[in-house]
Design a binder for this molecule. Sequence first.
Ligand SMILES: [Fe+2]
Length: 547
Amino acid sequence: MAIVHVRSDFPDFGLTESERREAVLGHYYEYPGMDGDRGEIWCYTDAWSYEPGARVTLFVSSTAPTFAIEIFRDGASVEVVFEAENISAYWQETPDQCSVEGCGWEAAFDFNIGTEWPSGAYRVRLTAEGRKGAPIACDHLFIVQPAPGRKAGRILQVAASGTWAAYNSWGGSNHYQGITGPERNQFAPIVSMERPFGRGFVRLPATAPRVPLEITLPPATVPRYPHMEWAYANGYSKKYASAGWASYDSHFFRWAESAGYGIDLVTQHELHFSPDLIGFYDCVVFVGHDEYWTWEMRDAVDDYVDRGGRVARFAGNFMWQTRLENAGKRQVCYKYRARAEDPFYHAGDIRRVTNSWEAKEIGRPGAETFGLNATYGLYAGWGGCAPRGARGFPIYRPEHWAFAGTGIYYGDVLGADSHIFGYEVDGLDYVIRRGLPEPTGEGNPPEGLKILGLGLSSLKEESADIPADTQFLGDEDALFVANVLAGNHGDAAVERYKRGAGMIVNFPRGKGEVFHAGTCEWVSGLLRRDPMVERVTANVLDRYLQR
Ligand SMILES: [Fe+2]
């Protein structure tokens, strides 16, 4: 196992102090023309997932007149499945608000997915010659769905594609920052899938930092953000470590295939548009940073579990309701601005407003589906939010079946060496009696829910050491959550809701069952081959697959 080396100095990527500030607080993103004289090639596909045998249309904009394409299936091994060369391309005009409207490019190339290509993620790599002769390249990704039919003993992994869409800032805007509004400084409540992915969403070098700090923070230190510094220094998306196949979903898929599980892959769009698909499986898995869901996606999961399905969620940040528009080509989420701006507050089904699932007007608390929610959890292990906190889950119920064979004890911390706790976690309100946590019932958790592990998180950076104008997280989320849960963001409300927890929970629902380790970083335990994290993962999968 690759144990994390715990140092007390931040990794440094050669940025000056002002560049470091820009790396964290600035808004930088990929856009056509950004590489100037070097030339560029960019691409996207007409969908993010396809049925076997479907036709894929590739949209390409390139400074080079021709390009080559390679497609790899990205599983336990990486296999080339398709290659072609000398395909014509040209530079295409891109609308200023392409992040919202889509790029609208003309098609460059079509190909058919082989009917024998197994379900999974397929990386597209385009290469061409730059203006000065040096090679240029880009990466994209699409998912091949499984063929319909009963899949006894196989896992269905649902990629967190809503979160990919939310964080992709190609063209200038995502659900966090953007170039929309009169001052060109607002995040985009509507984001398009018809654009390339930011650099690092599809493919990353192993040296790319993850979000949680891998150092022991010395006393009275201003935290730094190695992932954003690395992104800025190396020309990657500011959000590469927040979302995407490369940082999250791929690590579970590869681990499962390597461990001998049969595993298929879909996007959240299939939950939304083809909800019957998950009914073919004994176990459905969600991993990584999984923050954005539609009402219909939750219906699909709730119905599946009620009918006897088993869900394993090794993921964090169950936070926002989204809507899909244009046959799924656009995702809508007004978030912090929902009550002021989401048109569904005035004309539409009020339950579908794009606010936190905890907003009373929606009437569907997040914990009803996955046992936990983001408003009682949130940040851990970075910035001014528990930067020296639990790196794994403190365990309270070691006798639970999920821990069989791990040798874990009461009070042990699961996954500390591989740092699985963070950087966003899901929790619940709880009390601890005689050393055991129980849900208080706030946030409407399901009957029979057991809290197996629990670590602390925070909604707010509070520090005598971090100047307010350098805080990345600040108090925005604490104010927002206070508004959602208490109806105001006064000091008393913020005080009441600013503390969170990340939990592992297990509960029955209908004829089925849910296991939920509410952390984005669970995949880090699989990536770093932490034997106890691997064993818990296998215990859950084996039980749910009845292996
Ligand atoms: Fe998030």
